[in-house]
Design a protein around this ligand. Structure first.
Ligand SMILES: Cc1cc2nc3c(=O)[nH]c(=O)nc-3n(C[C@H](O)[C@H](O)[C@H](O)COP(=O)(O)OP(=O)(O)OC[C@H]3O[C@@H](n4cnc5c(N)ncnc54)[C@H](O)[C@@H]3O)c2cc1C
Length: 405
């Protein structure tokens, strides 16, 4: 059995681990990026994901490179008076805060050296009765080569070429807002006063996932290993038409200055100072898609964002990718390679209903948090919100989520 994985980000590398663990001897990962390089920012890993990573022998590395998130807290801030109200607090939260690059490198470093082929962009593919054939453009030589396999795992992200082949009319949906993001590194201790004032307002940093709500907007703040503060600020706006189709688009100086001005009108001095002090903040333009009706087409299976691109509010993308990989590997291990079609059908039957519900749930959560669901839209009822509304903010209320699994 030779498996060709397209995409060497979290889903692709996780699938390589799962396939090796399932007994597959030949796995190649084709990744269009030329090299492994630091990118991205923070993400939250749920207990089930940590369990899967531990099964692949990453437990110690995970503990060493992440911080606990034992509290999930949502609060509202009044932009004028700077008064706050705690809306919901879960002290039995059991996540880990990771940096995307640390997780990606950790997954990469433990794979056999000849597994990932950097600078290999899949430009087309076709299926036959026996398997798949992909055409790959190799960046270093400029040549196009052909790779054959028995199974194609599409881990090529939210703009997946492979999903587009099967679902050409399915378009991405702009969510109505973008996220400013950044990571502030205070390991050199060069801003002690700013850090002290932030920790004064957010005293549980280091173990808490903070959500802070202002009018038509919300902010996310948590700490990463290595004295780094990870932040996101969600801003309602018409869809920006950016040339670069990247998850982590860098922006020019004047746009950053405008963001700083707006931040000081929306948030207290602590958060605005943090945003100002962060070098190279970037923008995520946020999209999701309607859930698909299938993940498997004969010898092709979709995983991760290729299968179910989602909004970030329920911390789903990376968790779903790693759990997809694990379920795929377990189904293949259970049924064996000679019954691969049964294994793939089992994977689809387990993952499709769960991920579909979670994509829709996360979409609704984003609309709620950004004020779209209020009457009138973008009003600010959080200071009067009842327990039922506040409860909806807790991460543990996501469908199909076993917080202690
Ligand atoms: C550089 C980078 C930084 C990120 N940083 C964060 C972060 O800080 N926080 C966060 O929550 N999420 C981040 N993400 C997104 C996160 O990885 C995903 O949302 C989630 O983990 C699902 O991963 P995925 O592997 O399915 O998709 P993606 O992470 O989008 O990966 C898809 C991969 O496929 C490759 N690819 C696409 N088309 C082809 C092709 N035709 N041939 C070969 N390769 C192809 C892409 O280059 C990419 O590496 C980042 C993604 C990337 C690529």
């Amino acid at each position: 059995m030779k498996v060709v994985v397209v995409g060497g980000s979290i889903a692709g590398l996780a699938c390589a681990h799962a396939l090796f663990a399932a007994g597959c001897k030949q796995v190649i990962v084709l990744e269009k990026a030329r090299t492994l390089k630091p990118a991205g920012a923070g993400l939250g890993l749920e207990p089930q994901t940590c369990k899967v990573l531990a099964e692949w022998d990453f437990h110690q590395q995970l503990m060493d490179s992440t911080l606990p998130l034992t509290i999930d807290q949502s609060q509202a801030t009044d932009s004028k008076s700077n008064a706050t109200r705690v809306l919901a607090r879960d002290e039995n939260f059991n996540y880990r805060a990771a940096h995307w690059s640390d997780l990606h490198k950790m997954l990469y470093d433990k794979l056999p050296r000849d597994t990932v082929h950097w600078g290999h962009e899949v430009v087309s593919f076709q299926q036959s009765e026996d398997g798949v054939r992909v055409e790959v453009k190799v960046a270093q030589t400029g040549q196009t080569v052909v790779v054959d396999g028995d199974l194609l795992v599409a881990a090529d992200g939210s703009m997946s070429l492979i999903r587009k082949h099967f679902e050409p009319h399915q378009h991405r949906r702009y969510l109505g807002y973008c996220a400013w993001r950044g990571v502030f590194d205070y390991s050199k201790n060069d801003s002690p006063e700013m850090i002290a004032s932030i920790k004064n307002v957010y005293p549980d940093l280091g173990k808490c996932l903070y959500f802070d709500f202002a009018k038509g907007s919300h902010f996310v703040l948590y700490e990463l290993h290595g004295k780094r503060l990870n932040w996101l600020w969600y801003v309602n706006q018409p869809e920006p038409h950016m040339k670069i189709n990247s998850l982590t688009t860098k922006v020019d100086k004047s746009t950053i200055e405008k963001m700083h001005e707006e931040a000081s009108e929306t948030w207290g001095p602590e958060l605005s100072a943090l945003m100002k002090a962060t070098s190279e903040p970037f923008i995520n333009v946020l999209y999701d898609r309607e859930p698909l009706k299938q993940f498997v087409w004969n010898h092709v299976v979709l995983v991760g964002d290729a299968a179910h691109p989602t909004s970030p509010h329920a911390n789903r993308s990376t968790n779903m990718s790693i759990i997809d990989a694990s379920v795929l590997g377990q189904s293949i291990a259970k049924w064996g390679f000679d019954k691969i079609s049964i294994a793939l059908a089992e994977y689809e039957s387990i993952r499709l209903p769960v991920t579909s519900q979670q994509v829709l749930y996360s979409r609704r959560l984003g609309l709620l948090k950004q004020g779209f669901l209020f009457d009138p839209p973008h009003s600010f009822p959080w200071f009067e919100a009842d327990a039922n509304l506040c409860d909806q903010l807790l991460q543990r209320n996501m469908p199909c989520f076993k917080s202690n699994s």
